[in-house]
Design a protein around this ligand. Structure first.
Ligand code: XUL
Ligand code: CO
Length: 442
């Protein structure tokens, strides 16, 4: 895969980012991500399946609720919407190929500006799909997932699929149809639903049961349409507990699993889990990963991190090796992602205004996951980590414990066992031992 630029080079002075190894002090090189290096039976790039998030990297402009944009992109200057969108896509593919990122992800509105004219939107999106197709062919970069933005337009202020007004729901369906068509045309491997406005601000005006039924019906309708068009990929739901809505229906991994089960969606949908969403739900990311993995529905992740001192979605790039090692332990043991990968749903800070900052951010994120992959594989191959966990449950491997697991014991049997065997011995959970073990391999 070589660098693909448009007529103009947007990131001048920055070439192909290459692997130089841990000893390198070049800030524009990988120290751990060695795409073709084989770990646990397959190349790093196939374990990690990194993706660039179009919205944060090429649309977000550094504005915050208190201040105007600080990122004045040279690809956002042209007057004509299509010309501007093409410049943006040129910049995106230049960046993605310089970074050696195998995938990208987008919302419909990231690719080209939307208007309130449905037919014009279709025309715009189709034009840009043609442009993207060529870029994908030239570069070998693939679409990890597409999605539709059903939260920014003011019509969605009371929800999209869960809006109390059917007319709004019809517009949401219109947008999903076009975004699915675009995803399918571009060979997208998955399609994501993140319901930022699917929830409520107050129960005083909300029929929660009816809204959730509408959401399920909407997902069925979208899924049936995509399958009819020949889409074989996965649908992912991305949980988040709140923000922008006070209470979102797709609260966390466990809530979404229950919802998929209840409404007969479990065979087509998996989870796209995001670090900062799990922490906003009061969980560690490891917790949500394990919940999804145990259900066999760990589809993909949105990699980022929050800030321990505040309670909103700061979408910072990941940089904590201990935490990311713990993620990779769960992901490796789950057998990897179910069709997805690692999408950097993360943004550089408002005051990170050098063109190189976007590179540093992604290099750091890719390196930390690559390094964590190596460490986690070492822990699983060489240490007693797995054995310690298995041994904690040894009392269920034989005798009465095994009979209990097999459903052969009654409550009376449990009492009899307790009377006969007296007080259980005190057994350590070895938490500090295991924490030290992780650090030893780091
Ligand atoms: C918002 C978020 C979204 C989804 C896609 O918190 O994570 O960017 O990933 O709509
Ligand atoms: Co996300």
């Amino acid at each position: 895969m070589g660098i693909v630029t448009g007529e103009k080079e947007f990131f001048k002075g920055i070439g192909q980012i290459k692997y130089e190894g841990p000893q390198s002090d070049n800030p524009l090189a990988f120290r751990w991500y060695d795409a073709d290096k084989v770990i646990a039976g397959k190349p790093m790039k196939d374990h990690l399946r990194f993706a660039c998030a179009y919205w944060h990297s090429f649309c977000g402009n550094g504005a915050d609720p208190f201040g105007e944009p600080t990122h004045i992109f040279p690809w956002s200057l042209k007057d004509d919407a299509i010309e501007r969108a093409k410049d943006k896509m040129d910049a995106a593919f230049e960046f993605i190929t310089k970074m050696n990122l195998p995938f990208y992800c987008f919302h419909d509105v990231d690719i080209v500006d939307y208007t309130n004219d449905i037919n014009e939107n279709d025309r715009r999106l189709q034009t840009m799909v043609g442009y993207a197709k060529q870029k994908q062919e030239d570069s070998g970069v693939k679409l990890l997932w597409g999605t539709s933005n059903l939260f920014s337009n003011r019509r969605y202020m009371n929800g999209a699929a869960t809006n109390p007004n059917f007319h709004v729901l019809a517009h949401a369906g219109t947008q999903v149809k076009a975004a699915l068509d675009a995803t399918i045309a571009l060979g997208g491997e998955n399609y994501v639903f993140w319901g930022g406005r699917e929830g409520y601000m107050t129960l005083l005006n909300t029929d929660m049961k009816r809204e959730q039924e509408h959401l399920a019906k909407f997902l069925h309708t979208a899924k049936d349409y995509a399958r009819k068009q020949g889409f074989n990929g996965n649908f992912f739901i991305e949980p988040k507990p709140c923000e922008p809505t006070k209470h979102q229906y797709d609260y966390d991994a466990a809530t979404v699993l229950g919802f998929l089960q209840k409404y007969g969606l479990i065979d087509d949908f998996k989870l796209n889990l995001e670090v900062n969403h799990a922490t906003l739900a009061g969980h560690t990311f490891q917790h949500d990963l394990q919940v999804a993995a145990d259900a066999g529905l760990l589809g993909s992740i949105d990699a980022n991190r929050g800030d321990y001192q505040n309670g909103w979605d700061t979408d910072q790039f990941p940089n904590d090796i201990t935490e990311v090692t713990e993620y990779m332990l769960i992901i490796l043991q789950a057998g990897g992602f179910g069709g997805g990968g690692i999408n950097f749903d993360a943004k550089i800070r408002r005051n990170s205004t050098d063109p190189a900052d976007l590179f540093y951010a992604h290099i750091g994120g890719m390196d930390i996951f690559a390094r964590a992959l190596v460490i986690a594989d070492n822990i699983l191959q060489k240490s007693d980590y797995k054995k310690i966990r298995a041994d904690r449950y040894a009392s269920f491997d034989s005798g009465a414990g095994k009979d209990f697991e097999a459903g052969k014991l009654s409550l009376e049997d449990l009492r009899k066992y307790a009377v006969e065997n007296g007080e259980p011995e005190t057994i350590s959970g070895k938490q500090e031992y295991l924490e030290n073990l992780i650090n030893r391999y780091i």
